[in-house]
Design a protein around this ligand. Structure first.
Ligand code: GLU
Length: 431
């Protein structure tokens, strides 16, 4: 496992995410839905902000004997529907506002999928690629210890996100458990199978992306074998989305990572590319495709575009040039609200992040339930349940879109915000 991370680690760009402040974007998206639903302004004041913020500056022993101070965050957006849930991101561009946005988006995801969680997110300002395994372990254990006043199987359950993986979750689970004096597998999800992880969790976000994309193709009367796909990002979400869509008969014509993009109109063999990235840590230099830029990838004439990298990728600068028929948002927040308007005008079918990438947290929910019950399901059971809940949620959002004559993102938000507002109203204000 340790060797694997070192080999598979991606190269991260140092820049903070470009474009608008993600939390302002999240609030604008919320405001549109709240206005549509005429949410009581006093409830809205609560829902459009986050409930808890923990900022920690913590020291880590580095391999050269020095001590380095790192900054990390954990944000809980809303606790009305249950414990909070959401990943931990390691990235040099992490900011508090990014983590706040990601926490709010988790709340809506969980509500649309009727998972009994509120949203949370965590992040550490670090480029994990520049740390050794030992340094990463020290950082993760100390960060977990700092978060221990918030996290727990009944209060707040972290999971992997960009820059973290099953090994990170194993260290978190172990640190938390050592302090308790017994194993607490349900404190995190996305763990290795050997310590209470779930079958299917690793690929779950990509599998969810595939399922909703296939539903969208069906809805639009398009066949898989004439579908071309461009995937931005080749991390966990991008690579699994590409592989699973290819298995359905779609042709993956372009992929990218921070080194740039590859384009092969006749199709890229995803298995070959995955093997190549495992060896080289990047898609750069893969021989069977042409080099293009990341911006060119976004505007290719494809059936499906899957942004599976960072926030703020589809903006006013490139929205007009996007030619895809369907956009499936594998990443969180890849499209700005202004770009959304342009895409809607162009008639592009948008599967918004809170719907498209919720396969990960859905299987995290399955993992948490299995851990709490000490009873584990087969991969077939997991995938079948995931398929059912993804399809169901896709069609609920589609029905809301038709009923209210709105776009897919607003339809998803209408369902999510109403669900959380109902919970807030039912619980009322204490004292
Ligand atoms: N980090 C993932 C997300 O953004 C998964 C969160 C989880 O499983 O709790 O949805």
């Amino acid at each position: 496992m340790r060797v694997q991370i070192a080999q598979r680690g991606q190269v991260y760009s140092k820049a903070a995410s470009k474009g608008p402040n993600p939390f302002e974007t999240a609030q604008r998206q919320y405001d549109i839905a709240a206005q549509f639903l005429s949410i009581d302004p006093s409830v809205s004041t609560i829902l459009r902000d986050v409930q808890r913020i923990l900022t920690v500056n913590f020291p880590v022993h580095m391999d050269d004997g020095s001590i380095r101070l790192f900054t990390g965050y954990r944000v809980q957006h809303n606790l009305h529907r249950g414990p909070t849930k959401g990943g931990i991101r390691y990235h040099p561009g992490v900011t508090l506002d990014e983590v706040k946005a990601l926490a709010m988006w988790m709340t809506w995801k969980c509500a649309i999928f009727n998972l009994p969680f509120g949203g949370a997110k965590g992040g550490v300002v670090v480029d994990p690629k520049r740390l050794s395994q030992i340094e990463l372990e020290h950082l993760t254990r100390r960060f977990t210890s700092e978060l221990s006043i918030l996290i727990g199987p009944e209060s707040d359950i972290p999971a992997p996100d960009m820059g973290t993986n099953a090994q990170t979750m194993a260290w978190m689970m172990d640190t938390y458990s050592m302090h308790k004096g017994y194993s607490v597998p349900a404190v995190v999800t996305g763990k290795p199978l050997s310590i209470g992880g779930s079958q299917g969790r690793d690929e779950a976000t990509g599998r969810g992306v595939m399922i909703v994309t296939m539903e969208a193709l069906k809805h639009l009367g398009l066949a898989a074998d004439t579908t071309t796909v461009a995937v931005q990002g080749f991390g966990n979400v991008g690579s699994n989305s590409a592989r699973l869509l290819a298995e359905q008969g779609c042709k993956i014509v372009a992929v990218s990572d921070v080194s740039g993009a590859l384009y092969a109109p006749k199709g890229i063999n995803v298995a070959d590319l995955t093997r190549y990235t495992q060896e080289h840590g990047t898609i750069e230099g893969f021989p069977h495709a042409d080099r293009i830029t990341n911006d060119q990838l976004l505007t290719l004439p494809v059936t499906v575009l899957v942004p599976a990298a960072m926030e703020n990728q589809i903006t006013l600068e490139n929205a007009e040039d996007i030619q895809a028929r369907i956009i499936t948002e594998g990443a969180n927040g890849p499209t700005t609200p202004e770009a959304d308007d342009v895409l809607n005008e162009k008639g592009i079918f948008m599967i918004p992040d809170v719907l498209a990438n919720a396969g990960g947290v859905t299987v995290s929910y399955f993992e948490w339930v299995q851990d709490l019950q000490h009873f584990f399901w087969t991969e077939e059971e997991i995938n079948e349940r995931l398929h059912k809940i993804m399809r169901h949620s896709f069609h609920r959002v589609l029905a809301a879109r038709e009923m209210h004559s709105v776009d897919m993102r607003l339809a998803a938000y209408i369902l999510a915000v109403q669900t959380v507002a109902d919970a807030s109203n039912a619980r009322s204000i204490y004292p």
